[in-house]
Design a protein around this ligand. Structure first.
Ligand SMILES: [Zn+2]
Length: 251
């Protein structure tokens, strides 16, 4: 991979960077996008030496600067940006995004159309823990979701998870979006359950119910949902040594 500081950053390098973006959290993506755009605009050849593109691909339109002569049907004198759109069924409208380069707009639209074709075009932020939990239970009951060994959940195991989700997790975090739940949120709940006198094994059972939601999140909401950090990872849980043992947790 070429060095970012090189003046030779090629479109394919940038394309590679864009692919990496798919693995990041929304916040990281935003920051990374800005970086890529900066790198791209700093390293691509000056616009004057590039034949200005006049035709946009389907679903992409050119956005000239306010002062650009192209707005008065003269030759373009700006570095136009490119706006792509796709229709989102979920949002019942067009989603638009503007890019410095035509190929970026085209690539974005292409990817969104792919996602839309499996009806998974939506913002990840829309999925609350409550919705995800009901979907999980439904899909697990139908056998679409399997346990870690790839087998269907036994009815008793499924029932435990369903109850832990419904009685413990959804009342506390149900309205939070999945990508917004942090390990601190869960750790705080663990502390609360301990102080309410729940046994360590019950707490482990509830955390396990939370764990399957994040583990199966991509199956529930589509592969486009970037799974950030699994907030159930690294939780400090009480050992199942006896229900009178209390462990102090920082709030
Ligand atoms: Zn222009």
């Amino acid at each position: 991979m070429q060095h970012l500081s090189s003046n030779q950053t090629s479109p394919s390098t940038t394309a590679g960077l864009w692919r990496i973006v798919g693995c990041l959290t929304p916040e990281q993506t935003k920051r990374f996008e800005r970086e890529i755009q900066l790198v791209a605009s700093a390293t691509l050849p000056a616009q004057s030496s590039v034949q200005p593109r006049t035709r946009a691909a389907e679903g992409v339109r050119v956005r000239h600067s306010l002062w650009c002569p192209a707005r008065r049907d003269a030759a373009c004198g700006c570095s136009p940006r490119w706006e792509a759109w796709v229709y989102s069924r979920k949002d019942r409208g067009k989603i638009r995004k503007t890019f410095p380069e035509h190929w970026e707009a085209k690539a974005w639209r292409h990817r969104q159309l792919e996602l839309a074709s499996v009806e998974r075009l939506h913002a990840p932020s829309h999925h609350t823990l409550g919705e995800t939990a009901s979907l999980w239970v439904k899909m697990a009951q139908e056998g679409q979701l399997r346990n870690r060994s790839g087998r269907r959940y036994k009815p008793s195991a499924l029932r435990t998870i369903e109850i832990d989700l419904r009685l413990r997790l959804v009342p506390s975090l149900g309205t939070k979006v999945m990508v917004g739940v942090t390990r601190a949120d869960l750790q705080h709940l663990v502390g609360r359950w301990l102080s309410e006198g729940l046994s360590p094994s019950k707490i482990r059972s509830i955390v396990n119910a939370a764990r399957v939601l994040w583990r199966d999140l991509d199956l529930l909401t589509g592969p486009d949902d970037p799974l950030l950090v699994d907030p159930t990872r690294g939780l400090r849980l009480p050992a199942s040594i006896g229900r009178h043992q209390r462990i102090r947790y920082p709030r």
